[in-house]
Design a binder for this molecule. Structure first.
Ligand code: AMP
Ligand code: GLY
Length: 424
């Protein structure tokens, strides 16, 4: 199979790394890719959000399967264009991608299918939104309706903060994403991520993970795209997974099919768990980053078998063999991230990475220039370990992170604290 992966982050490096291990993969091309992906694939410059450009490239290069990493190409209709051209694609249609692209749409699906989630209301102008906040009181959550690169959410602990967020959003802080605002009940509990793959009809539960969204130790500082993750998530017991499948995932897949917009691809449910009961925080229509890194570390070559079956509508034929293992990843980011940071600093060395299935440094924002490895993004490297226990996975991940010689980078030293603390 000739395979094209769209994207350039740590998530896409992990997907490429897993796909490459499967003997079904002949040629692997990544667009645009990064310095890590370059070592295992051909990287090409391509506007991944331009449907015609992607279809043209795939047709010219005899691509059998396109795997879409991030949400933007999906929201731009890249998978629809590929399907129309008869090219297999792993990623939902533009209509189904609204589960991430519009928070209001997801809430409508929840209402129609009886899915447990936060109480909510949607507003198209500031005064009505503010009146609602004054009625409900704090804590309360204010969200820009559209895609805002993960930054359009304000969890307001005071009424003043919430009112300010409304003004910022209608004032254009998130561009077009903020022309409509969703205001939600604040949910208490423990957050976890749950991933399933669907071919529109069948559903394969893929795994659980927990992310660390805040920039600094102790879950302090600004929200980021994610500073580290581990899999599995202890809070996702068999019983909680069962309830999540019955109460959230199956009703969603059924409702999307009923509307004539079946969901084909990976569905990422952000959950809030309290007293064993899951509620939906949000959907993403792609793998998480850095959650994909820990899932791929555990899934390996099987990823391509799952995607192959899902894109041929025969997901019921596959089973995944999970080892009794754990994975943990530590994100190395540029100092200053998620605010302003310097670009183009040199990563002097990555240290020795043992060549086994328990150690891997995935690349995110990296580029190789004349033999030098440069940091060109906010999140730059993901030091990832796998082990029989979470402690072992963590030790391996941190041993790798410590060997990276990059003075302009930083990482959190407490990834995994919640799960490890749980064991007391
Ligand atoms: P989202 O972009 O919707 O995932 O929101 C970002 C983060 O805000 C989530 O991961 C949660 O930590 C938090 N959040 C979002 N909605 C709620 C809610 N209704 N109650 C509590 N926390 C929330
Ligand atoms: N790590 C969170 C996300 O990918 O949305």
């Amino acid at each position: 199979m000739n395979i094209l992966i769209l994207g350039s982050g740590g998530r896409e490096h992990a997907l490429a790394w897993a796909v490459r291990q499967n003997p079904k993969c002949d040629r692997l091309i990544c667009a645009p890719g990064n310095a890590g992906m370059e070592e295992i694939a051909d990287c090409v410059a391509l506007d991944a959000e331009n449907p015609e450009e992607v279809v043209g490239f795939a047709a010219r290069n005899a691509i059998d399967l396109v795997i879409v990493g991030p949400e933007a190409p999906l929201a731009a209709g890249v998978s629809d264009a590929l399907r129309a051209a008869g090219i297999r694609v792993f990623g939902p249609s533009q209509a189904a991608a609204r589960l991430e692209a519009s928070k209001g749409f997801t809430k409508e699906i929840c209402a129609a299918a009886g899915i447990p989630t936060a109480r909510w209301a949607r507003f198209d102008e500031a005064e009505a939104a503010k009146a609602h906040i004054r009625r409900e009181g704090a804590p309360i959550v204010v969200k820009a309706d559209g895609l805002a690169a993960g930054k359009g959410v304000v969890v307001a602990m005071t009424e003043a903060e919430a009112l300010e967020a409304v003004d910022a959003m209608f004032g254009g802080a998130f561009g077009a994403a903020g022309t409509s605002v969703v205001i939600e009940e604040f949910m208490e509990g423990e957050e976890a991520s749950f991933f399933v793959v669907s071919d529109g009809r069948n559903i394969l539960p893929l795994g659980t993970a927990q992310d660390h969204k805040r920039a600094f130790e102790g879950d302090k500082g600004p929200n980021t795209g994610g500073m580290g993750a581990y899999s599995p998530a202890p809070v996702m017991s068999e019983a909680v997974i069962g309830r999540t499948m019955d109460e959230i995932i199956r009703p969603t897949i059924a409702e999307m099919a009923r509307r004539g917009t079946p969901y084909e691809g990976v569905l990422y449910a952000g959950l809030m768990i309290r007293d064993g009961a899951p509620r939906l925080v949000e959907y993403n229509v792609r793998f998480g980053d850095p959650e994909a890194q820990v899932l791929m570390m555990r899934l390996g070559a099987q990823l391509l078998d799952v995607i192959d079956a899902a894109t041929e509508g025969r997901l019921e034929e596959v089973t995944v063999n999970w080892a009794d293992d754990h994975a943990l990843t530590v994100v190395l980011a540029a100092k200053g991230y998620p605010g302003a940071y310097e670009k183009g600093t040199e990563i002097r060395s990555l240290g020795p990475v043992p060549e086994d299935s328990n150690h891997m440094i995935f690349h995110a924002g990296t580029r190789r220039e004349g033999g030098r490895l440069l940091a060109v993004g906010g999140r730059v490297l993901n030091a990832t370990g796998r082990g029989r226990t979470l402690e072992e996975a963590r030790e391996r991940a941190y041993a790798l992170a410590e060997t990276v010689d990059w003075p302009e980078g930083f990482f959190r030293r407490d990834i995994g604290w919640r799960a490890l603390g749980r064991r007391g």
